[in-house]
Design a protein around this ligand. Sequence first.
Ligand code: SF4
Length: 272
Amino acid sequence: MVERSYEKFFRQNRLPHLWCPGCGNGIAMKAIVQAIEKIPELNQDNTVIVSGIGCSSRASGYMDFDTLHTAHGRAIPFATGIKLANPKLNVIVITGDGDCTAIGGNHFIHGCRRNIDLTVVLFNNNIYGMTGGQASPMTPLGKKATTAPYGSIDRPFNACHLAEAAGATYVARSTAYHVQHLVTMITGGIKNHGFSFIEAMVQCPTAYGRKNKMTDPAKMLEWMKDTAQMKNVWDKNPTDEKFPIGVLYQSTAGEIDYSSAYEKVIEMAGGI
Ligand code: SF4
């Protein structure tokens, strides 16, 4: 059997994973390790993976780094503590749409506001998968969930807009269909010295698909292929029928990241 170079980043004794057949979470997880592999300075000793709770957050258990599987919505505060304690570490957060934008929403916007040097990858499956298919703040209008049997009437967050407005210095989106593009978006996020946010759209045939007559994972991927547009194309004709992928925002203002600002405070206070 051919061993792929990125396989060393997985805890083989924890596999096979428990995600449903056809789930997109594995694609996004693999994209993260491929992004790590592309950056020679990153290794298993200087990279930390932190996740919250939900289907997506199971990923940290399969990844052979120093990992923390934390409390619901609290991955960003845990990651902030790690980064402040040791700014040399590369800290990557894996979260889901429910974890990041509902119970963890306040932590999310304040992480962006502080511009703490984290790379947050949000696996967006548009629903709470693990807890039984409840609507999340990113369930599209009119789509069904166990808590929205007639279709959701709550307007969804555009998490990329939210991240940019709250102060993130790198914001990107890609999908489980556009695998190499997703790897590139995550690589860019890791390289950005500040708060990076990447929305990875993933298919959930079990909780979301079953409720919305899209139980075939291949068809869900096809929908992503047909509906996503590269940002430069979408910008020419912005339409709700499509959504843009690519780097949606990158600050060029050279804002200081939070750990660097904090080190200055320590210096002013006479060191530790
Ligand atoms: Fe994946 Fe959905 Fe199954 Fe969770 S419920 S493992 S997101 S397919």
